[in-house]
Design a protein around this ligand. Structure first.
Ligand SMILES: Nc1nc2c(ncn2[C@@H]2O[C@H](COP(=O)(O)OP(=O)(O)OP(=O)(O)O)[C@@H](O)[C@H]2O)c(=O)[nH]1
Ligand SMILES: [Mg+2]
Length: 338
């Protein structure tokens, strides 16, 4: 199951109480205060990792707590620090305060760590309060409470490249051919129901991420089809790759597809269609495609966009495409995307 929104409660562990105690031992009169400090409560920590693709775990578990710090004891035994609780989230998870809706943190980098709820400090034991005028203090502190808050998590996929196309254009077939990701492929629209990120590897250990995004149709920005729920996963990709069905399998023309897709993106978010982009002309193994490719080149002759003909199914020209995708990502990487 794919979940890209969740609401959870996080609470740092409470600190343990400081102890009030006096040393009592045979032949040691007036042993003095020996109450130890309470341990600090454990934190709740967010950890962004590329190993997670969805927030599904948070649907089943909505409460996350750090461990309480143990109380201090006599003989100046201090409590240890309570164990912290780590929540793994996919890269690209934005965390908001559930009440104010303010963004607390954007977990936008792999292996990023953030303490979302601090554990409370442990209280001091009476051994800490000795002074020259008070040799037998009874004073000791309670542990502080751990921080508690309600937060909303929203996943906005981050990838170098987003595959944008109508249903059935062959986006998932392409991602399967380029990476180890295994999105489902089938000859009916809306096979892909949620974004899948695949890693494309290059001989010199370089890699780029490509996100397969569910098919868009006209009106997607108004929530037609799978709608803008999924357009948000395109927002944070550096480069857009328009995947066009050159065979016109579903009775549309590829150049119309290209214009309509651009239009949908622009209506959803101003400037989105101006992102660096490339056109992937797919299904070139079908006979009619060659003719359509010529027409597409003519139609787009005024645009500064490169058109790469391929066949995702028969793996034709994929090496060339890989190189071009890499170069495009490299030359646009420095610019932040939001
Ligand atoms: N002839 C031919 N068929 C292809 C090619 N690439 C994909 N297909 C077929 O097109 C159909 C749709 O492919 P998918 O990869 O599922 O398409 P998609 O763009 O991911 O579709 P959605 O997930 O519904 O948006 C499947 O039947 C594929 O076998 C290609 O290069 N040539
Ligand atoms: Mg698909």
């Amino acid at each position: 199951m794919f979940v890209d929104k969740a609401k959870i409660t996080v609470k740092g562990g409470d600190g343990g109480n400081g102890c009030c105690s006096f040393r009592r031992e045979k032949f040691v009169p007036k042993g003095g205060p020996d109450g130890g400090d309470g341990g600090g409560g454990g934190d709740v920590i967010l950890h962004a990792t590329s190993g997670e693709q969805s927030l599904v775990a948070m649907m089943y578990n909505r409460h996350y707590r750090g461990e309480r710090g143990p109380h201090g004891k006599g003989k100046t035994l201090h409590g240890r620090k309570g164990a912290s609780r780590t929540i793994k989230v996919p890269v690209g998870t934005v965390i908001r305060d559930a009440e104010t809706k303010h963004v607390i943190v954007d977990m936008n980098e792999n292996e990023m760590i953030y303490v979302i709820a601090k554990g409370g400090r442990g209280g001091r034991g009476n051994a800490r309060f000795v002074s020259s005028v008070n040799r037998a203090p009874m004073q000791h502190e309670e542990g502080e409470l751990g921080e508690e808050l309600n937060v909303e998590l929203e996943l906005k996929t981050i990838a170098d490249i987003g595959l944008v196309g109508y249903p059935n254009a062959g986006k998932s077939t392409l991602l399967r051919a380029l990476s180890h990701a295994r999105p489902k492929v089938a000859p009916y629209p809306f096979t892909t129901l949620h974004p899948v990120v695949g890693v494309v590897e290059y001989p010199d250990y370089q890699r780029i991420n490509i996100a397969d995004i569910p098919g868009l149709i006209d009106g997607a920005h108004e929530n037609v089809g799978l709608g803008h729920e999924f357009l948000k996963h395109i927002e944070r990709t550096h480069v857009l790759a328009y995947v066009l069905d050159m065979a016109g399998t579903d009775g549309r023309e590829p150049w119309d597809d290209f214009r309509h897709l651009q239009n949908e993106l622009e209506l959803y978010m101003k400037g989105l269609s101006k992102r660096p982009a490339i056109v992937i002309a797919n299904k070139m193994d079908v006979e009619i495609s060659a003719e359509n490719l010529e027409l597409l080149r003519e139609e787009l002759s005024n645009e500064l966009i490169e058109i790469v003909p391929i066949s995702a199914e028969s793996h034709t020209n994929l090496e060339d495409l890989k190189t071009k995708l890499f170069d495009l990502v490299e030359s646009n990487k420095a610019k932040p995307v939001y």
